[in-house]
Design a protein around this ligand. Structure first.
Ligand SMILES: [Zn+2]
Length: 252
């Protein structure tokens, strides 16, 4: 049984230190030594040891946690998990009424508003997908391309971030929907540069299939909250696997 939470040390301490530098994390509380008594003590006063700020603790196992990590080694538990608190995000285009969890939807709306103000238009291709929908999608890809090939771009049901209601596929209507050329579009570039400010990470970056298990998906953004997205941005760590100190998950 894996633990239900993970304390992040080492790499993430970088994030902690950066947060401290920004003044957003609690400052270390130094241990206070007792005031010297009137009678000198024969033993020397111990040197005060500063207490480091606590390492952030993230729940990466609970499928309802915004920091849950799902990959080929980490199925959702339960496999048929159904996300709650789903809403239809507005602001961005959403012709098919795709759903996201409320917190992710609100963040997407903030991102869409700022993008629109920057002249960037975007629309949702895919948001929440149930176990049953993912099963249908995945089986369709396996029938078309074979299982080995399908596994490089589609998740087995119970292993997809879309099943958490925290992942969204975006497009700008320029003809690159679900193609890597989306990275070169104005929307793709704006998202790659700015999504972290709204709590989203580009979940499957170029060249990391050996870690994430998936090819480059410049359209797929995962909501993790601004604490993690900012720490990743500041540290230069681009995969959740590396950020949380997890093993690479290239295959099932
Ligand atoms: Zn996706």
């Amino acid at each position: 049984m894996k633990s239900s939470s993970v304390a992040v040390f080492g790499l993430v301490m970088t994030g902690t230190l950066l947060l401290t530098a920004c003044g957003t994390a609690p400052m270390p509380v130094p241990t206070v030594t007792k005031t010297a008594s009137a009678t000198p003590s024969p033993t020397p006063t111990p040197t005060p040891t500063p207490t480091p700020p606590p390492a952030p603790v993230y729940n990466i196992d609970d499928p309802g946690s915004i920091t849950v990590v799902a990959n080929k080694h980490r199925p959702l538990n339960p496999l048929s998990y159904e996300a709650g608190d789903m809403v239809v995000p507005g602001v961005v285009g959403n012709p098919n009424g795709r759903l996201l969890r409320a917190e992710a939807a609100a963040a997407l709306e903030r991102m869409g508003t700022d993008a629109a103000n920057a002249g960037i238009w975007m629309t949702i291709l895919s948001g929440y997908r149930s176990y049953a929908t993912q099963e249908q999608t995945y089986n369709g890809f396996v029938a078309r391309d074979g299982e080995e090939r399908a596994n490089q771009y589609s998740a087995k049901p119970g292993h997809s971030e879309h099943q958490t209601g925290l992942a969204v596929d975006l497009d700008d209507g320029s003809g690159c929907a679900l193609y890597t050329c989306f990275a070169d579009t104005a929307a793709g570039q704006w998202l790659a540069a700015n999504a972290w400010q709204y709590g989203f990470v580009l979940r499957y970056p170029d060249g990391y299939i050996g870690i994430t298990g998936y090819e480059f998906e410049p359209w797929h953004f995962r909501y993790v909250g601004t604490e993690v997205s900012t720490a990743m941005h500041n540290s230069g760590i681009v995969t959740l696997e590396e950020f949380f100190g997890l093993e690479p998950a290239p295959t099932y």
